[in-house]
Design a protein around this ligand. Structure first.
Ligand SMILES: [Zn+2]
Length: 113
C-alpha cells in the first residue's frame, strides 16, 4: 500500500471514529439498521495503518488533524483546498502519479492526485 493510500485509509477511519464518538450519530445509525458495535476493529486497523507508515507522515498527519480537524486535504488545480493558495508548478507530482505534500501556506498535509 502506498503512503497516500495508507493516509487516506487512516483519514477514513478517523472520520468513522469521530462519527461513532457522537451518541446521536450512533443511535441514528442503529435506527437505520447498521451494526455499530465494532469499534475495537477500527482501533486495531488504525494501529496497523499507523505502524505501516513512516513516522514523519504520521506526525504530519496527526498535526494536521489536531489543528484543522482533518489529517489530509486535497489539492485541486494546484490550489490547496484548506487555505486556497496556489502551489508552484514544481510541486506537482509527475503525470499519472499521486503524491503526499506539505502545503507551504498552512502546513496541511495534502494529497495531490
Ligand atoms: Zn494550504
Amino acid at each position: 500500500m502506498s503512503t497516500l493510500d495508507a493516509l487516506i485509509e487512516l483519514q477514513d477511519l478517523d472520520q468513522f471514529a469521530e462519527m461513532f464518538a457522537d451518541p446521536a450519530n450512533v443511535s441514528r445509525l442503529r435506527r437505520l439498521g447498521y451494526a455499530v458495535e465494532k469499534r475495537e476493529g477500527l482501533e486495531r486497523e488504525r494501529e496497523r495503518l499507523v505502524g505501516s507508515l513512516e513516522r514523519r507522515w504520521v506526525v504530519l498527519y496527526e498535526r494536521s488533524l489536531a489543528r484543522y480537524g482533518r489529517g489530509l486535504t486535497a489539492v485541486r488545480a494546484r490550489v490547496c483546498q484548506g487555505c486556497f493558495i496556489t502551489l508552484p508548478t514544481s510541486a506537482a507530482p509527475p503525470p499519472g502519479e499521486a503524491m503526499v505534500h506539505l502545503c507551504e501556506g498552512c502546513a496541511r498535509l495534502l494529497y495531490w492526485a
